[in-house]
Design a protein around this ligand. Structure first.
Ligand code: PEP
Ligand code: MN
Length: 339
């Protein structure tokens, strides 16, 4: 981080700022130019708030030259992180394939979909028991009973379970029943929830990107979880809000190389919530794997016309099976294999 001082700053003011920098446990390097003086701060600046320095009347502005996150930063952890989700590896040269309905609706439904997803080649089962719905009058999910259905489906198929946690009240139950804990787009900046899952979740976290979150905001949310004690974070791009209204969201595939450059965390793609239309899922899923993502999370439903949530973006098992056949081929070309 660099502090640029105002042109007429005197020696005494410079000394005061140097003392302030040193009080943060950092080393200050003063460099005097023709017109301006700058102070370079060396050390761990992640805990320094530039605004704390900008309040000084002699400071013109403060510039970051490194990222404000440390634990998620690839600079401090050059190798890819490989996260173990109850035996299924995510990251490195592994391709995670998560499939299942938007929400758990009944035991018959989930077990039927889980069997077909597994036969297609999926290696994890998704299903929402607690649903973050825009309308309070829409189906809110089956809650605890839904989690029990997922557990039954895991018993049948052996597929690890992915489900969304909306409240810290259910962390103990998720630790017991769920293998990968999803934090949804709408909760990406629920900082109290992030701190609690960091502190208390014994399972890895799938952190979805917020509807209009920048890469840095998203990574900072991962940093919250990691700094609170849970290093096992997988990121999920699920489409962002843009001016386009034809699609539900716009899938940002650039997130794959950017996140891989900035962090060591795996990134998976959810093309279902991105496009909001079932026929967009196949081309976007194939493009995502070609671009090097670590996995796909796709909504699959055996009767989308009657789904209680997100039917229009759900694939039928037959289409999903055909998609995975192609996805696996693309994965081989880019060095990603399905376990
Ligand atoms: C979901 O996965 O069903 C979901 C609600 O996702 P998002 O948080 O990305 O909208
Ligand atoms: Mn959904």
């Amino acid at each position: 981080m660099i502090i640029v001082l105002k042109p007429d700053t005197n020696e005494k003011d410079v000394k005061e700022l140097v003392n302030k920098v040193e009080s943060f446990g950092l080393v200050a390097h003063v460099s005097k130019g023709e017109e301006t003086t700058v102070i370079g701060m060396v050390g761990d600046v992640t805990k320094v708030d530039p605004k704390q320095l900008e309040v000084s009347p002699v400071v013109d502005h403060v510039m970051r030259v490194s990222e404000p996150y440390k634990l998620a930063n690839r600079a401090f952890h050059p190798e890819d992180s490989i996260i173990d989700v109850s035996g299924v590896k995510v990251g490195g040269d592994h391709l995670a394939l998560i499939a299942g309905p938007c929400s758990v609706e009944s035991k018959e439904q989930v077990i039927a979909i889980a069997r077909e997803a597994k036969a297609a080649g999926a290696n994890m089962l998704r299903g929402g028991a607690f649903k973050p719905r825009t309308s309070p009058y829409a189906f809110q999910g089956m809650g605890t009973a839904g989690l029990d259905i997922l557990v039954a489906a895991k018993k049948e198929t052996g597929l690890p379970i992915v489900s969304e946690l909306m409240s810290a009240d259910y962390i103990d139950e998720f630790n017991e029943k769920v293998d990968l804990v999803q934090i949804g787009a709408r909760n990406m900046q629920n900082f109290d929830l992030l701190k609690e899952v960091g502190r208390r979740c014994t399972k890895p976290i799938l952190l979805k990107r917020g509807l209009s979150a920048t890469y840095e905001e998203w990574i900072m949310s991962a940093e919250y979880i990691m700094a609170s004690g849970n290093p096992n974070v997988i990121l999920c791009e699920r489409g962002i809000r843009t001016f386009e209204s034809y699609t539900r969201n716009t899938l940002d595939l650039q997130a794959i190389p950017v996140i891989k450059r900035l962090t060591h965390l795996p990134i998976i793609i959810d093309p279902s919530h991105a496009g909001g239309k079932w026929w967009l899922v196949e081309p976007m899923a194939k493009a995502a794997v070609a671009a090097g993502c670590d996995g796909l999370m796709i909504e699959v439903h055996n009767d989308p016309e009657h789904a209680l949530c997100d039917g229009p973006q759900s694939l039928k098992p037959k289409k999903y099976t055909e998609l995975l056949r192609q996805v696996k081929g693309i994965g081989e070309i880019v060095g990603k294999h399905v376990q």
